[in-house]
Ligand binder design. Structure first.
Ligand SMILES: Nc1ncnc2c1ncn2[C@@H]1O[C@H](COP(=O)(O)OP(=O)(O)OP(=O)(O)O)[C@@H](O)[C@H]1O
Length: 752
């Protein structure tokens, strides 16, 4: 119970914090308006103005983002100091009003116990609504009051866990638990695997870790950005509010299908096809497909040039191809070597015809020793090669033997022809090769993306023209920057009177021309995340992979290329994978990239699912797969799951009863993939589709779509079909049964 005096005391402090937030907002808004109005005659002025405008606008957005629940805790220290903990740090003129939850000083709020109090005597959870304190929850951290409770801020936690769902994940910054805090604040170096059962907070922890890393290692990470990979767009939308509510924007959220810039991978395909595409053996298949495009003519290839026929034989081409392959393993980068070699061969044939010296070995001729078999010199030959290179028939012949390839073209051609697949994938069975076959067009699937990326590596890009253009652009920018510095050498600095940023000095004081040129390059002020999204070669500062158990070996190769530093957080649950060919252990996944140099953290408590549902799940799965051991639930709801069997109309009635008693919460009906269309017709009140809007009250999902999500009430249809419908049916059923936060119903449909 919160005493009135404590409430009043906290209210007064809270009002002071919000008062300061309002001041900061007003100051920032004013400066933003002022800066926007600044004419900035010289280019330097414009540049500085743009930088300042961007920074102020970003800060304003951050202040708005933390308006709700700004302050949520207090720590009283043994030394008499009192700290308030909140979403961001806020200072008064001389002392901190609010400490950022990520600061080291805030850590005891999440991990202090009576036994290890970290110098703290009292931890207070402060519940607020808008700007009013509504409830306090105190924990005395002294040994006399010690209980065996391991939960931190139990009342606040339980209230968060039983609140109705909204279709959007919320942050857990007010109630992070100690085992989660350890993961969130772990060092960023190396690969950290976070393994935990359903509802243990893996996704929540992954998102808070991103916010923590960006706060603590901002220098290193803001330039390169943090990538979070999730399983599908519905899931990304579900988690999309969490980081903005923590005032963090430097993170790129993406599915695997988004990671090949320029390619939209939304095509659906059967799991068996995706499984083949995900195999590590596809590396060899693609390499073979590339080599198959470096051809030698089986019969002499005739090329008509100026009404004369030139001939390319296998013997001519073989050494040229060998030299090109040795020059560069990447197809497009080796091509110039192949082209040059072929032009030599053809030029020699032309020279033979037009330049032969009829007298060179005439025994009666003079100066035989100085004569040569051909009267053409090196310059003539170079001209000849130039003419041949410009000739359309020669170009067509070169393209037939060694075409310029893009990843899209390579893959399209490979899938399109049975012969191409037979040759490139001899170790796959005919049935497997047939599964890969498809006609050109129709778009790309997520499983194609790692293959396109791999192909891009194998092909390389002959970017000499682009690089020359870039060099020209860079010198133009340098000249421009030098001009800026010359103009401003005499101009004086002006101050922005920003408390934490002092003044922006005269640009010439702090920058060389090349540095300024680089900055000007980023005039759009795109964040690292935005720039990364457009660049296939982008290397991230840290990569977080959620639902990592679903990724194929080919997908891992792609992600590792995006993160050569191997600063990664890998989050998942091997027991929840529905993917065919999924790994049995994390060691199996990671060994090719980091051997055994990775760390494991385990989350053991389920926050989502109440004890009644966990017990039911354990009983159902005990026979199907005894290896699955659900995590320990943190609470019970007093409501047992229900089971029913009946007709389609019985199911419709049951679902509408559940919707009726839902209140403001959310409901999902989870069905075997084969039943979705039929049930969508029978249950028109439910939202469904490839990427359904989870903010709707009731949705219809397949198990694959439900992965990572949660709802107040869940009705699972035809569990037996889910169990037997796929090789990993037990895992699928485990996922389905562990989605609810309150109520579970399990309905078996009788055949019509
Ligand atoms: N410390 C916490 N305080 C409040 N809520 C929490 C806490 N930890 C987890 N939760 C809540 O528990 C639910 C499950 O969390 P989350 O989705 O991150 O689990 P998960 O391990 O990723 O589950 P799954 O394996 O099923 O995807 C979410 O609603 C999350 O907000």
């Amino acid at each position: 119970m919160s005493s009135l005096s404590s409430l009043a005391e906290e209210q007064s402090h809270l009002s002071a914090i919000y008062g300061r937030l309002d001041e900061l907002r007003a100051e920032t808004r004013e400066r933003l308006a002022e800066t926007r109005l600044r004419a900035g005659g010289a280019v330097e002025g414009l540049f500085q103005r743009d930088v300042a405008v961007h920074r102020y606008a970003e800060r304003l957005a951050q202040y708005d983002a933390v308006e709700q629940g700004l302050c949520f805790g207090r720590l009283d220290r043994r030394d008499g100091e009192r700290l308030h903990i909140g979403r961001i740090g806020i200072h008064d003129t001389d002392h901190p009003l609010l400490v950022d939850w990520r600061a080291p000083a805030a850590r005891p709020f999440y991990v202090a116990t009576a036994i290890t109090p970290y110098g703290v005597t009292l931890r207070r959870h402060i519940r607020t609504r808008d700007r009013t304190v509504v409830e306090l929850d105190d924990e005395l951290l002294d040994l006399d009051a010690a209980t065996d409770h391991t939960l931190v801020g139990e009342a606040a936690l339980l209230s968060a866990l039983t609140a109705n769902r909204t279709g959007r994940m919320r942050d857990i910054v007010e109630t992070i638990q100690a085992e989660q805090d350890r993961v969130i604040r772990a060092e960023p170096g190396g690969v950290l695997v976070v393994q935990g059962g359903p509802g243990t907070g893996k996704t929540a922890v992954a998102l808070h870790r991103a916010a923590y890393l960006l706060y603590t290692y901002r220098e290193q990470l803001s330039a390169r950005g943090v990538l979070i990979v999730g399983p599908n767009t519905t899931f990304l939308r579900y988690i999309s509010q969490v980081l903005p509510s923590l005032a963090e924007t430097g993170v790129m959220l993406a599915t695997l299908g988004d990671l090949h810039p320029g390619t939209v991978a939304r095509r659906a395909e059967p799991p068996a096809v995706a499984e083949i595409k995900g195999r590590a053996a596809m590396v060899d298949v693609l390499a073979a497909a590339v080599r198959d495009r470096q051809r030698i003519p089986a019969e002499p290839l005739e090329i008509e040039v100026d009404r004369h026929v030139l001939r390319l034989t296998a013997e001519d081409c073989e050494p040229v191809r060998r030299r090109a392959r040795a020059a560069d393993p990447r197809h497009n980068l080796a091509r110039p070597v192949f082209v040059a070699g072929l032009l030599d061969v053809l030029a020699a044939q032309v020279a033979e015809r037009i330049g032969a010296d009829p007298f060179w070995d005439d025994p009666l001729g003079e100066n035989d020793a100085l004569s040569s078999p051909n009267v053409l010199d090196e310059t003539d030959l170079a001209d000849l090669r130039g003419d041949l290179a410009a000739n359309a028939s020669v170009q067509a012949a070169i393209d037939a033997l060694w075409p310029v390839l893009t990843p899209l073209r390579l893959l399209t051609d490979l899938y399109a022809a049975a012969a191409a697949l037979d040759s490139a994938a001899p170790l796959f069975s005919p049935a497997e090769r047939e599964l890969l076959r498809r006609a050109p067009g129709g778009g790309w699937s997520p499983a194609d993306v790692p293959l396109l990326d791999e192909a891009a590596e194998l092909l390389g890009e002959d970017d000499r023209a682009t690089r020359a253009a870039q060099a020209r652009e860079q010198s133009r920018r340098l000249a421009y920057a030098q001009g800026v510095l010359d103009i401003t050498a005499g101009s004086k600095s002006y101050e922005l009177e920003d408390d934490d940023e002092a003044a922006i000095p005269n640009i010439a004081d702090i920058m060389e021309a090349d540095m300024l040129a680089e900055r000007l390059d980023e005039r759009e002020f795109r964040s690292a995340a935005d720039r990364a999204a457009a660049d296939r070669d982008w290397v991230f500062g840290h990569v977080i992979v959620d639902e990592a158990q679903e990724l194929s070996p080919m997908a891992w190769r792609l992600l590792m290329r995006r993160c050569p530093s191997r600063s990664m957080t890998v989050v998942g649950d091997l027991a929840q994978t529905g993917a065919l060919g999924a790994p049995a252990t994390w060691a199996e996944v990671l060994a090719p990239y980091v051997a055994d140099r990775w760390r494991l953290a385990e989350l053991t408590v389920s926050y989502r699912t109440p004890a009644e549902i966990m017990d039911y799940t354990e009983r159902v799965l005990a026979t199907a797969d005894p290896a699955i051991v659900p995590p320990r639930p943190v609470r019970s709801s007093g409501v047992d799951p229900w089971e029913a069997t009946g007709s389609l109309s019985d199911l419709v009635a049951r679902v509408s009863d559940e919707i009726g008693s839902l209140g403001t919460g959310r409901l999902a009906v989870i069905v075997p993939a084969g039943l979705r269309t039929a049930l969508a017709a029978a249950l028109p009140a439910l939202t469904t589709g490839a990427s359904p809007d989870l903010e709707e009250r009731a949705v219809l999902l397949t198990v694959a779509q439900a992965k990572g999500l949660e709802f107040d009430t869940v009705v699972v249809v035809d569990p037996a079909e889910i169990l037997t419908g796929s090789p990993r049916g037990a895992n699928d059923l485990y996922v389905a049964l562990t989605r609810p936060t309150q109520r579970l119903g399990v309905f078996t449909l009788l055949a019509a």
